[in-house]
Design a protein around this ligand. Structure first.
Ligand code: CMP
Length: 433
């Protein structure tokens, strides 16, 4: 079985390790306050955890590096990387100190070693990025889940500490003591503080512990409120960003007292941008990526145009690859003049979605209406002459632009492509003659 970060097996294995690490994070502190006398089932469970953690060490050794770290996923370097990183923590967390030390050493010493087993919890943090990618949930929600998970664990540890420092009435039930302590912890951390469980004022340790918990509570509470507010705003990052952008542009237009009609057109344009692209601008995202990614991104984003443009069907793959890479998506609003008669042509266009009219110089005569899969603006580039018609967007138009430089490169690399376009251009010019 190929073991890599993406494999199903590793995903479920990571979940198993997290569940067992959580079990230890709960069980070990509880054992520390109730005394180590593992009963049959706990003993078996702890041994099972140790066995699984041991297997985990072997699995991590044989797990190749993820491809984003090492293109060939070389096993040796992956093992070396593991040895330098998580190996020590995994070994320390694997040893069943409670089974080795109980009965031989003091409760304190046993506890001190057992705390090392909690280190495995750190592993969960390292799985976070892979889970965010795999689960495909909003990263904000994943962060929130993680935050509450660690908060609950901290509260459990705090409650165990509280049980330990309190003097319990003789014969008190340990589980009840723990639940009382957890209740105290919740009311203190959330800053509710009913005051029904308070520290014994004659005992410094209880007073100091309570003050520590209160301070931690104030910090955590502030952190929770602040984070939840941010998380809620960020739940839909794209929408928030888009709204901020639109608000900014609206304010700007209002401050410049722009004509109402223009403001309305801009408003509709942003609505269209949201409905068709969820506010993302392909060109901006592409420009932020390194060259190597940009190529693959562009090919993927522009792929759908191949299906639409009849001229591309059956074209040789090398030509398609080159053109797809050069195409730049752009949007025009209804009524926009995409090309104007007599202008110098610096690009040609392919229609992805929408309809345009080819109109005469004075705008009164419509030579043709062309739509999805068609192209225009090629004559000026081929014949190096000014635009021979005006092109007007009928509705919103999703186009792909091929700049003059890119066009020249493509026709010099692929003369057949030039011949096809020339044929089409001649037909069009004859209709105007
Ligand atoms: P160009 O001259 O660069 O700019 C205007 C474009 O309109 C022109 O290229 C052609 O692509 C396009 N065009 C001109 N006449 C027609 C027509 N009759 N039918 C379709 N498209 C045309």
């Amino acid at each position: 079985m190929e073991l890599n970060n993406k494999s199903e097996f590793i995903f479920f294995w990571d979940i198993l390790i997290s569940v067992l690490a959580t079990y230890l994070a709960i069980q070990v502190p509880y054992d520390m306050i109730s005394g180590y006398n593992p009963s049959g089932s706990v003993l078996i469970l702890n041994l099972a955890v140790t066995t699984v953690f041991l297997v985990d060490i072997f699995i991590r050794f044989s797990q190749p590096l993820p491809h984003h770290l090492h293109a060939t996923g070389h096993h040796i370097s992956a093992a070396q990387r593991y040895l330098k990183g998580w190996f020590v923590i995994d070994v320390l967390a694997m040893i069943p100190y409670e089974l080795i030390f109980t009965g031989h050493y003091s409760l304190f010493l046993t506890g001190l070693f057992c705390v090392l087993r909690l280190l495995k919890i750190l592993r969960i943090v390292s799985f976070k990025a892979a889970w965010e990618y795999r689960i495909k949930l909003n990263p904000g929600i994943v962060r929130l889940v993680f935050f509450f998970y660690f908060l609950l664990l901290c509260m459990h540890w705090l409650a165990c500490g509280w049980v330990k420092i309190r003097i319990a009435p003789p014969g008190a039930d340990m589980l009840h003591q723990y639940i009382l302590a957890f209740y105290w912890c919740v009311t203190t951390i959330t800053t509710i503080g009913y005051g029904d469980i308070t520290p014994n004022h004659d005992r410094n340790i209880e007073l100091l512990y309570t003050m520590g918990a209160q301070l931690m509570g104030a910090g955590a509470f502030g952190y929770i409120i602040g984070n939840i507010a941010t998380l809620l705003t960020n739940l839909d990052v794209a929408k928030t960003r888009h709204r901020e952008r639109v608000d900014g542009v609206n304010n700007y237009m209002r401050s410049k007292k722009m004509p109402k009609l223009l403001q309305e057109r801009v408003h509709h344009y942003y609505n269209y941008l949201w409905n068709t692209r969820k506010g993302y601008d392909d060109a901006t995202i592409l420009s932020e990526l390194p060259e190597s990614f940009r190529y693959e991104f562009a090919l993927f984003l522009n792929e759908n145009i191949i299906e639409k443009v009849p001229m591309f069907k059956g074209a040789e793959p090398a030509l398609l690859k080159e053109i797809l890479f050069f195409l730049k998506p752009c949007i025009y609003a209804p009524g926009d003049a995409i090309c104007t008669y007599g202008d110098i042509g610096d690009s040609m266009y392919f229609i992805n979605k929408g309809e345009v009219e080819v109109v005469s110089k004075d705008g009164n005569q419509v030579y043709a209406t062309i739509k999805d899969g068609d192209f225009f603006g090629e004559i000026a580039l081929l014949l190096k002459q000014p635009r021979n018609a005006t092109i007007r967007a009928v509705g919103y138009c999703d186009l792909y632009l091929l700049s003059k430089e890119s066009f020249d490169k493509v026709i010099s690399d692929f003369p057949d492509f030039e011949k096809n376009i020339q044929k089409m251009a001649k037909e069009r010019m004859s209709k105007q003659a």
